[in-house]
Ligand binder design. Structure first.
Ligand code: HSE
Length: 420
């Protein structure tokens, strides 16, 4: 039996979950893999507070060097979250030849190049399965069984909080602010929800998925980002009447000479596999030239699902004689600043002659063709709601057309891309 000595940087929700999984299931895992895991040290802020976990006192430390500088520790698991000091400490561990396992999408996506370069230099491993999609083995799938593919499309629901909020808005006809408040009360959304609801979390995750899936470095800033805060119950219910389900999607496309990367709310046809991924579940839908299409679905957060991916990474790090390193082409592919999609445009207008002419005229001027239109009767203010669904059109052209509409005639309330 091979013993592998671990150091845990952090023993909070995820670190504690990993501690528990190793303690409760480590024996069985060892039988299956021949790898016995031993946690030598776990870094905590205060030794008196360690979440009620049964951790022997000699394992706890408040000094990171007891982990980063201990030659006996072979694998460092990082559970600090945030950019720094997580990135610096992972870099130090790699510099010291220790393999690193992390769930930290922010530190990883912002410092991917330095971390990969250091791992390459010292021959240490860098594993990050839990950084995207929690328990879903999407990173491994892309890097190993699907490696012999040109992945052309990645489309994911990679943020559980927003999927939970949108699912409840759809089921209850409720408004965003009310569902958010309730989700916070239930502990399903953070007290400061910005990272989730404004799409930052999904942006980091798409930067990682795109970098490894398209083999070109996709920086966080290359990913267009829009959150769910402007979505209201009318968007969702009118979309449903037209056969669509609304999701916050992370979309990456490899168009050959360039890539597309964007996070934003989008309608999907109700029969699309991602449309039925509800609640806080995550899923990633891929298209590769050889496997065609595939969807992986599961729990994207939480201590035990995340621990499942982390312990899987630890075992791989322990078993691999040579650590895998994703190939990325030297000169990154340019990231397209325009893309094509269909669009859902919701507006308010007087129910009067000339309104449709104004809208379709401005759309036509940008070569945008309408594929469906719906009008809902006059509201108490005498105005009707108009919904247009366009054929595929350029994003920039749609933005220009919407901007050119005469606000005296119609007021655009939301523009939502339609994918799938
Ligand atoms: N905050 C994330 C989510 C989980 O809501 O999915 C951690 O990546």
């Amino acid at each position: 039996m091979k013993e592998v000595v671990l150091g845990l940087l952090g023993l909070g929700n995820i670190g504690g979950g990993v501690w528990d999984l190793i303690r409760e299931f480590g024996g069985e895992t060892a039988k299956r893999t021949g790898v016995q895991l031993r946690v030598k040290k776990a870094l905590v802020l205060d030794k008196r507070i360690h979440g009620g976990k049964e951790v022997p006192d000699e394992v706890l430390t408040t000094d990171r060097n007891d982990i980063l500088e201990d030659p006996e520790i072979q694998i460092v698991c990082e559970f600090l979250g945030g950019e720094q000091p997580a990135a610096a400490w992972m870099l130090r561990a790699l510099e010291n030849g220790k393999s690193v396992v992390t769930a930290n999408k922010m530190a990883l996506s912002l410092h991917f190049d330095e971390l990969r370069a250091m791992a390459k230099k010292t021959g240490a491993g860098l594993y990050y399965e839990a950084s995207v999609g929690g328990a879903i083995p999407i990173i491994n799938a892309i890097q190993s069984p699907l490696i012999s593919n040109r992945i052309e499309q990645i489309m994911g629901i990679v943020n559980g909080t927003t999927n939970y909020i949108l699912t409840r808005m759809a089921a209850e006809g409720a408004e965003y602010a009310d569902v958010l408040k309730d989700a916070q009360r239930l502990g399903l959304a953070e007290p400061n929800p910005t990272a989730d609801v404004e799409g930052f979390d999904a942006q980091y995750k798409l930067s990682i998925l795109g970098s490894i899936g398209f083999h070109t470095r996709l920086h966080v800033d290359d990913v267009y980002r829009e959150g769910i805060t402007r979505i209201n119950s009318e968007d969702i219910s009118f979309g449903r009447e037209m056969g669509y389900v609304l999701k916050l999607l992370a979309i990456g496309k490899d168009n050959g000479d360039s890539v597309e990367a964007r996070v934003h709310p989008a309608f999907l046809p109700a029969d699309h596999p991602l449309a039925r991924v509800d609640g806080s579940l995550n899923a990633v839908y891929l298209y590769g030239h050889s496997f065609k299409d595939m969807m992986l679905e599961g729990r994207g957060a939480g201590d035990t699902p995340t621990a499942s991916a982390i312990v899987g990474d630890i075992i791989q790090a322990a078993q691999n004689a040579v650590h895998p390193m994703p190939y990325m082409q030297e000169t990154p592919k340019p990231v397209a600043d325009d893309w094509h999609s269909k669009y859902f445009i919701r507006m308010k207008a007087k129910d009067a002659p000339g309104v449709l002419a104004e809208v379709t005229g401005k759309l036509a001027a940008e070569s945008i063709s309408v594929s469906a239109m719906m009008q809902k009767g006059a509201a108490p203010d005498g105005k009707a709601t108009l919904i247009f669904i366009t054929h595929r059109a350029s994003e920039k052209a749609v933005q220009r057309a919407v901007k050119s509409l005469n606000p005296e005639i119609c007021q655009v309330e939301n523009v939502i891309r339609v994918e799938g």
